[in-house]
Design a protein around this ligand. Structure first.
Ligand SMILES: CCCCCCCCCC(=O)SCCNC(=O)CCNC(=O)[C@H](O)C(C)(C)COP(=O)(O)OP(=O)(O)OC[C@H]1O[C@@H](n2cnc3c(N)ncnc32)[C@H](O)[C@@H]1OP(=O)(O)O
Length: 144
């Protein structure tokens, strides 16, 4: 669950589950990168822009144990043509706790055809025929 903040920003929390571990008892870096990517990606909804991740540069600053709540904070830093630049931090021990992960991202605006042309037809068809408008829109955002 992500919430709009001041300016073009969002905050979110992600709880590291046992299924997310890489080294014993610690979050896998790829899962943490996914949490950052998802939080950064939700910023584009505030701009009402359809965009995909072109570049995601991640710093892993501290190990994140299983059962930890990662407090995510993301904001847009610049928009230039189709390019949307954004940055995010993930803190542990609370929203003001130490930074465990951070990322800088570049999202590229695309037409909805990006998904229709490149996605698997069965999933595209299922998403497009969902009578719930909100679910239909969000189906393109995150895998169920
Ligand atoms: C309906 C709701 C949808 C919600 C989506 C939520 C997404 C969730 C987050 C994700 O995980 S998205 C999935 C992972 N990402 C991808 O699958 C993207 C795969 N890559 C592509 O499809 C294409 O590379 C891409 C659409 C990103 C760019 O191809 P284009 O041919 O449209 O762009 P082009 O090459 O013309 O580049 C446009 C500008 O962006 C720049 N650019 C593109 N990719 C870049 C890159 N990787 N690094 C730096 N710059 C990049 C490029 O230099 C150029 O800059 P300039 O305008 O200044 O010339």
């Amino acid at each position: 669950m992500a919430r709009a903040g001041e300016g073009v920003s969002v905050t979110a929390e992600f709880t590291v589950q046992p299924a997310h571990q890489g080294a014993p008892g610690l979050a896998h870096g790829g899962v943490l990168a996914t949490a950052l990517d998802e939080t950064l990606g939700s910023l584009n909804w505030l701009l009402r822009t359809i965009a995909v991740t072109g570049r995601l540069e991640t710093d892993f600053v501290r190990p994140v144990p299983v059962d930890t709540v990662l407090h995510l904070d993301a904001r847009i830093t610049a928009v230039h043509g189709r390019k949307i630049y954004s940055t995010a931090t993930g803190r542990i021990g609370g929203p003001e706790g130490p930074v465990a992960v951070r990322a800088d991202a570049l999202f590229i605006e695309v037409k909805v055809d990006h998904f229709i042309d490149n996605g698997r037809p069965a999933e595209i068809q299922a998403a497009m025929s969902d009578p719930d408008q909100v679910r239909r829109a969000r189906a393109f955002e995150v895998n169920p």
